[in-house]
Design a protein around this ligand. Structure first.
Ligand code: WT7
Length: 649
């Protein structure tokens, strides 16, 4: 068994955390388990500002989800922005809420809670002027500017439902989301900035809105001043309408279960699903986990390197940290601009104490050598976090020893877009850690491992990760498609939430996530569905069939491997591979790139015509001799061709 690293003194000393050692963790875990309703209701009442306090915890159960969504704190009423903004004004009005670092290292903005409150109210009033009201959907397609957070909170202020679309997505992907959630207003910016490159956000928006769409107004924040097309009847400059509004806007009263946002995420079909998160449960769960896991203290400078286009940005840049009155750093650029020392330069300049990023970034930076790290003072750091994919022990050890100089604890936080917040993780001042394990569930979360037949595995073992009981932060449904929600998460093992991840549990009870067991791949922390790639590939006239799987990639975690069957009479060339990648970029987005192409005579299929993806996976993973039983294949000779032509990086 791998050795444990005890919590460094610097992390445990003086911790205000109720969970400051393992004995307290165990007590709290048991206390929560005894009565989950009592536990979560207690958290909700203590941490959240309610207009009407809830008296009910959970209503419903996993078994009843096919009949309709479950709910938490059903009789509570609130507006989440009161927890994030108003409640901080008296004691923290002049504290920095958002510390923004722009693309260039000398471009910083420091926005206090007082200022953020005023800006959010202004933007909320502007949205009202544009005709947005409670329950309306608003798409946000922006880069990492503070106004993206302001836009999210402005929607929440008036009870509108935001759906942030990551700025790397293509016009087609943006259009799909606009249509799916029927949004009448989009908030975007002229251009984004990343590593001195301009990202044409408004242009992409214009393209997405060609033809019929429900969109009536596009609110455009001017970031770069670059030239953009303008439609006078539809487009409105943020700078023309937001600053003139009042800095007061009464918070709209919402039910605890009113949707707060929709976030699209990849699944097993070509069309991403819009997961719906609701107000009361989500804000309770994100604020609790943010405070507890990172061991937040009043003077912390907390920095999460995610993008607001993903769930990490929602939960741990905006909602969780602001609900806790933290100073949350928002970063517009990339880790390698102007050089691979950017993160550590920021740590030194801003005195960052808690730093949260993804394994892919850690691996990429480790590969650049230690000098980029050691050139900067990192003595302010206390807690380091990772999220998004399994972290290999080498990268973990580098993070621990080189970045943290052995003074910091690492919280390897396992969770998903669906879970809303962190579920399995070390708690910074309490949990001894070991590279590669997300360690233990937080109080109130009950993991369970099943074998493929649904038999529960007790003690040490390996299986499919499920969660046994509901928790407040979980997604309630898929927007407009509850049956899809049920079939994706609750049909494999009736009565349990199935995560889609494989997982080991060791003799200590620590969890080791092994990765997705379904057709979702995590590429550099971006979640993509193999079916999304396949549907793009077969849309090309020369492609007859395509099979896409993930494979282990030294930096990205998973790479994308594609098997291409051409139409008769077509010939394969590397230029054609480039053409297919261009198509993926256009139809999905800039982050959708296939790493390896293999031209094959056919896909391995059963006699009933089902593609045996296991074979595709094993060959891509470099294990062509571990294919298992292939006797059910319609044409076993295809397998030899696939094995013979296997590609590697
Ligand atoms: C999938 C969810 C959670 C926010 C970012 C990704 C993988 C996430 C870990 C971790 C191993 C992890 C899982 C999960 N994952 N965190 N600490 N260790 N794997 O959210 O895009 O919804 O992806 O990311 O496979 O199912 P997401």
């Amino acid at each position: 068994m791998s050795p444990l690293r005890e919590v460094p003194d610097r992390v445990s000393a003086g911790s205000p955390n109720p969970i400051s050692d393992m004995a307290k963790y165990q007590q709290m875990y048991d206390y929560a388990l005894e009565d989950l309703d009592r536990f979560w209701l207690g958290v909700a009442r203590e941490k959240i500002t309610w207009m009407k306090e809830p008296s009910i915890g959970l209503s419903g159960s996993f078994s009843e989800i096919p009949d309709g969504p479950l709910s938490w704190f059903n009789d509570g009423k609130l507006n989440v922005t009161e927890s994030c903004l108003d409640s901080n004004l008296a004691s923290r009005g002049e504290k920095i809420a958002i510390l923004w670092e722009g693309d260039e290292p000398d471009e910083c903005r420091r926005i206090t809670y007082n200022e953020l409150h005023g800006e959010v109210c202004r933007a909320a009033n502007a949205l009202k002027e544009l005709g947005v009201s409670k329950g309306d959907r608003v798409i946000i397609y922006m880069g990492m500017v503070p106004e993206a957070a302001v836009a999210m909170l402005a929607c929440a202020r008036i009870g509108a439902i935001h759906s942030v679309v990551f700025g790397g997505f293509s016009a087609e992907s943006l259009r799909d989301r606009v249509l799916d959630c029927d949004s009448r207003v989009i908030i975007t910016q002229d251009e984004g900035m990343r590593g001195s490159r301009k990202i044409p956000l408004k242009d992409v928006c214009d393209e997405a809105l060609e033809g019929d769409t429900p969109v009536q107004k596009v609110l455009v924040y001017r970031r770069t001043g670059g030239d953009v097309q303008w439609d006078d009847s539809r487009d409105v400059w943020w700078q023309d309408i937001v600053p003139e509004q009042s800095t007061e806007c009464a918070a709209t009263e919402c039910d605890a279960e009113d949707p707060l946002f929709i976030l699209y995420t990849s699944g097993s079909t070509g069309m991403p699903k819009g997961l719906v998160h609701t107000c009361g449960g989500y804000i309770t769960f994100t604020s609790y986990t943010h405070e507890t896991v990172f061991d937040l203290r009043e003077d912390d400078v907390y920095a999460c390197m995610a993008d607001v286009g993903w769930i990490t940005g929602h939960s741990y840049i905006v909602y969780g940290p602001l609900a806790n009155g933290a100073t949350s750093l928002m970063f517009e650029s990339i880790p390698t601009y102007p050089d691979a020392g950017r993160y550590w330069d920021m740590v030194a300049r801003h005195g960052i104490t808690i730093f949260y990023t993804a394994p892919t970034a850690i691996r990429a930076l480790a590969a650049q050598g230690n000098d980029f790290v050691t050139a900067h003072d990192r003595s302010s750091l206390r807690v380091l976090g990772t999220v998004g994919e399994p972290i290999n022990p080498d990268a973990w050890n580098w993070y621990y020893d080189v970045v943290g100089e052995g003074r910091c604890n690492i919280v390897d936080t396992w969770w998903q877009t669906e879970t809303g917040g962190i579920c399995i993780t070390p708690i910074a001042p309490a949990t001894p850690t070991t590279g590669g394990s997300a360690t233990l569930p937080i109080p109130g979360i009950v993991p369970l491992l099943n074998d493929a037949d649904g038999n529960r595995i007790d003690g040490e073992g390996e299986g499919l990760l499920c969660l046994e009981y509901p928790w407040p932060g979980q997604a309630r449904t898929v927007w407009g498609d509850h049956p899809r929600f049920v079939s994706t998460y609750f049909e494999h093992f009736p009565g349990l939430y199935f995560t889609g991840d494989g997982c080991k549990r060791d003799s200590r009870g620590y969890y080791w996530i092994t990765g997705r067991v379904d057709d979702v791949i995590n590429v550099s922390g971006h979640r993509m569905g193999t079916a999304e790639f396949e549907s793009v590939l077969v849309s090309h006239d020369s492609v007859a069939e395509a099979g896409v799987v993930g494979f282990p990639h030294p930096i990205k975690g998973s790479g994308v491997y594609s098997y291409i069957v051409l139409q008769p009479d077509e010939t394969w060339s590397m230029d054609f591979a480039d053409e297919l990648n261009l198509l993926c970029r256009k139809q999905i987005g800039a982050h959708a790139k296939i790493d390896l192409f293999q031209h094959v005579p056919g896909l391995p299929k059963t006699r009933s015509g089902k593609v045996m993806r296991r074979i595709l996976r094993k060959v891509a993973e470099g294990e062509p001799d571990a294919l298992g039983d292939i006797s059910t294949l319609a044409d076993p000779s295809v397998v030899d061709a696939i094995k013979d032509g296997a590609k590697t990086l």
